[in-house]
Design a binder for this molecule. Structure first.
Ligand SMILES: Cc1ncc(COP(=O)(O)O)c(C=O)c1O
Length: 387
């Protein structure tokens, strides 16, 4: 990355902390044994894996035996959904989710719909929030699972997970939440969320990629998706990614140390950028609920601009942001999230996500505001829809 670049794409991924890298180097050099081996090299690796599991549970405040390490949020979501459906018997063939979920949930649910399950994808309001009453109405005797994300990755909207969890528990339906975006930023316990299954990922919290976890509440039984061993209590077999797990554990420990102060600092940066954009650029719409929103995410639609062109214009100035989610950039058309909020295709395509993290500073906002109004103005001059 050039020295003067500004990274505002922390919802896509974060730069690993130095302490995380050091812990991973130590694991590579000193803890290279197979954690399942009973000799000393194996035992040394096992100790670190279990220490990392405790670091994860210290942040999530759950029991070590409730954590299953996976290759990340996508696999955790797949294990939660497919693993639940693999266990449910007979008439339990219905899944409920929401229109603004991450593709790792939406596409998995879609696949289930193509393989004999009934699916309900609930709409959200113009503020991006799902009404828990709609979940209640959608539950049928055949409902096996409800999957609703904690924080939306594109607009930052926080869903009322605790209430949805209360409704599902009352109805005897298993409840999964994809908490990849809230984890490490918004303090929660799986018990507070009333969730049976919670997905988290390491690379969104300054840890390495390719590692994450699924919280599986004690008593919930899942069908494994990968066969061939005994690791992770048979739920995610294959030799453990020791180095990734150690890095993830360290990242959780650092988040826990910072969780009382970091979100407030990040929120004030985000709010400053939002205020300055509104004050200096006309015809900007802030997407999603402003009240129920994660501290680090700001999504704006710049009427008359092409989001991709804005992104390229900022990229040329060393400012890295996103249109839609990282997984969707590169796909033609508008992201499903602004479309689900009721935006026109043109306004949805005009949206940009700025996502803040640990390393951002006020100077980053100065840099953005020094160039963004000019780029928007130039693009609008070329726009056929602006007066
Ligand atoms: C809400 C959400 N769920 C799931 C994922 C996927 O996580 P991973 O990249 O660890 O597979 C992401 C990452 O983009 C995300 O933002």
């Amino acid at each position: 990355m050039p020295p003067k670049s500004v990274y505002l794409d922390n919802a896509a991924t974060t730069r690993p902390e130095q302490e995380v890298i050091a812990a991973m180097m130590d694991a590579l050099e000193q803890r290279w044994g197979n954690p399942s081996s009973i000799h000393e090299a194996g035992r040394k690796a096992r100790v670190r894996v279990e220490e990392a599991r405790r670091q994860v549970t210290d942040l999530m405040r759950c029991r070590p035996e409730e954590i299953v390490f996976t290759s990340g949020g996508t696999e955790a979501n797949n294990l939660a959904i497919l693993g639940t459906l693999g266990r449910v018997q007979g008439q339990k063939t219905h899944i409920i989710t929401a229109a603004t979920e991450h593709r790792a949930v939406l596409d998995t649910v879609k696949w289930c719909g193509e393989h004999g399950f009934e699916t309900t994808v609930l709409p959200v309001g113009s503020d991006g929030r799902l009404d828990p009453a709609d979940v209640k109405k959608a539950i049928r005797p055949s409902t096996a699972l409800v999957s609703v994300m904690f924080v939306n990755n594109e607009i930052g909207t926080i869903h009322d997970i605790a209430e949805i969890g209360r409704i599902t528990r009352e109805a005897g339906v298993i409840f999964h939440t994809d908490a990849v975006q809230g984890f490490g930023m918004i303090p929660f316990t799986s018990a507070e969320l009333n969730a049976d299954l919670v997905s988290v990922s390491s690379h969104k919290i300054y840890g390495p990629k390719g590692i994450g976890a699924l919280y599986v509440r004690q008593g919930i039984r899942l069908e494994p998706r990968i066969h061939g061993g005994h690791q992770e209590r048979g739920l995610r077999t294959g030799t453990e990614n020791t180095v990734g797990i150690v890095g993830f554990g360290k990242a959780c420990e650092l988040c826990r140390e910072k969780i009382d102060s970091e979100p407030a600092r990040i929120r004030s940066l985000r709010d400053r950028l939002e205020t300055e954009i509104i004050e200096s650029i006309d015809d900007v719409e802030i997407l999603g609920s402003r009240e129920h929103r994660a501290p680090g995410i700001l999504n704006c639609s710049f009427k008359g601009c092409e989001g991709e062109a804005l992104l390229v214009g900022l990229d040329m100035q060393g400012i890295y942001i996103a249109t839609g989610s990282a997984c969707e950039s590169g796909e033609a058309g508008a992201s499903h999230v602004p479309m689900a909020l009721g935006l026109s295709r043109a306004d949805a395509q005009a949206s940009l996500r700025f996502s803040f993290g640990r390393y951002n500073t006020n100077e980053d906002i100065d840099t953005v505001m020094a160039v963004l109004p000019g780029i928007v103005k130039r693009l609008r001059q070329m726009s056929p829809i602006m007066p």
